[in-house]
Design a protein around this ligand. Structure first.
Ligand SMILES: [Zn+2]
Length: 462
């Protein structure tokens, strides 16, 4: 007798990302109770299982959902692209982004999170790590649950900058906020959204705050994430203040461990790289931001050396004024290409390695390798159906080359999270998209006016 299951997903090619990286032709994935219970040839799974519903078919490439290892879901999605693209780094952060973030209302943060989640889901990302810059965390978690995406989040935590006033907090307040978010939103495997120990990082945190965030991550069994060294400002400031580079300083404080995810790490020297490899930290590589904010990743970035040293890298899209899109497939394309050219070496990185970073690498970075990142029995049913009846997908002769070098998020047809269809035939099933687009336009115009920041569009609008 056949086993009854909730959902069968069938595909022309099923990219499993299992240990042997099998791509199953005419394959299928069987799902019951939100978990994968079978992966194999369609013909075999049809014999074994009796599904309530079957989706997919012979024009689809089925992959695990991608993991966006660093994204700001509030603050920037509603002001996407307002910051001119010729703005220097410091001016970008302190004169543009901080004022824009600080005028968001509670409802606007909720709307921003909805827009970010919808963009990720519709382009094949099923799990994300938020940068830790949310102001109204409870509302955002509630909204993410409604949309149906998986993620780890945190509120804006720092203790040194005095401005903007809405983010000012002393060390005790910052630690209390961290503790509160970890208690209110535990990152349990049975919940889609939970909190991490997140800091803004850079030069915004005192040593006691760094240590407290480390201790809280350990106590709650969650990861610790922060920004560091995208540009030269961080290493220069740490050297001026402590006489040592940031990674050395954090290692001496006892912050670094295998549950730490550091974003950017472009301006890293060889001794820092060795420390990072020794301590087992993960890096969220954000190629689009590096390009747009002129970090120098192709000149001085050590991502190939990190991989050669055995480090794990995930891929992030960051904020929508640094990367105007949150389509991780476009960032995967950059990861595959940037260092090939910079090092004049096609091994840096093959398409398969870039895709690995976007799936297994992200899962490992998020401490969720047992749950997501591949299509294997026992893992959560988080998967994406890419429609190959599109010009960029045909002819389909090499699946991984096509996935990384030809396709992007526009080809995503259906997305399943925890066995639930959240995108079907390119449209959200959980929210009304037309309402969303109207609301975000209105909010974006209102936020930019309230920020007092000028419209710096260079061409006249007539
Ligand atoms: Zn960021």
């Amino acid at each position: 007798m056949k086993e009854s299951i909730d959902l069968m997903i069938e595909g022309w090619h099923v990219v499993t990302m299992n240990v042997s990286r099998d791509i199953i032709r005419n394959g299928a994935v069987a799902v019951r109770g939100g978990l994968i219970v079978g992966v194999g040839k369609s013909v075999d799974l049809r014999e074994r299982f009796d599904p309530i519903e079957t989706i997919g078919g012979d024009r689809f490439v089925v992959t695990p959902g991608m993991v966006n290892s660093h994204i700001h879901i509030t603050g920037e999605p509603l002001t996407r692209g307002y910051v001119p693209d010729d703005t220097p780094f410091e001016e970008n952060v302190f004169m543009w982004l901080c004022p824009l973030y600080s005028v968001y209302t509670r409802e606007e943060e909720r709307l921003s999170a909805r827009l970010a989640a919808v963009e990720m889901l519709k382009s094949g990302t099923t799990t994300f790590l938020e940068a830790g810059t949310i102001r109204f965390l409870d509302d955002v978690v509630d909204e993410l649950d409604k949309v149906g995406i998986r993620g780890r989040v945190g509120r804006w935590i720092w203790d040194l900058p005095p401005e903007p006033a809405v983010y000012r907090q002393d060390t005790d307040e910052a630690i209390a906020h961290l503790q509160d978010q970890l208690e209110r939103h535990p990152a349990n495997p049975d919940r889609l959204v939970g909190a991490w120990s997140t800091l803004v990082g850079h030069t915004t945190c005192s040593d006691p705050l760094w240590k407290a965030a480390r201790e809280l991550a350990t106590a709650h069994g969650v990861g610790l994430s922060f920004h560091m060294s995208p540009a030269k400002l961080d290493p220069e400031s740490f050297i001026a203040e402590f006489g040592q580079r940031p990674i050395q300083h954090l290692a001496d404080l006892g912050v670094l461990a295998p549950d730490v995810a550091i974003t950017h790490c472009v301006q890293i020297d060889d001794s820092e790289l060795r420390l990072m490899a020794e301590t087992g930290v993960h890096v969220a590589h954000c190629p689009t931001t590096a390009l747009k904010v002129s970090y120098g990743v192709t000149q001085v970035g050590k991502m190939p050396e990190m991989v050669m040293a055995g480090m794990n890298l995930g891929i992030g899209t960051d904020g929508n004024n640094a990367s105007n899109y949150s389509d991780l497939m476009r960032a995967v394309y950059l990861v595959a290409g940037l260092f090939k050219d910079a090092r004049q070496d096609p091994q840096m990185f093959p398409a398969e390695k870039a895709w690995e970073m976007a799936t297994l690498g992200g899962a490992d970075l998020m401490q969720m390798s047992d749950q997501i990142g591949s299509l294997e029995v026992g893992k959560a049913a988080d998967l994406v159906l890419h429609d190959t009846d599109r010009p960029e997908w045909r002819p389909l002769l090499n699946v991984m080359n096509q996935l990384v070098w030809s396709a992007d998020g526009r080809g995503v047809h259906t997305v399943v999270i925890d066995g639930r269809k959240v995108v079907e035939n390119g449209r959200m099933t959980t929210i009304d998209e037309d309402d969303l687009y109207a609301a975000v336009q209105e909010a974006g115009e209102s936020i930019t006016v309230r920020s007092g920041l000028p419209d710096k569009s260079k061409y006249p609008s007539i």
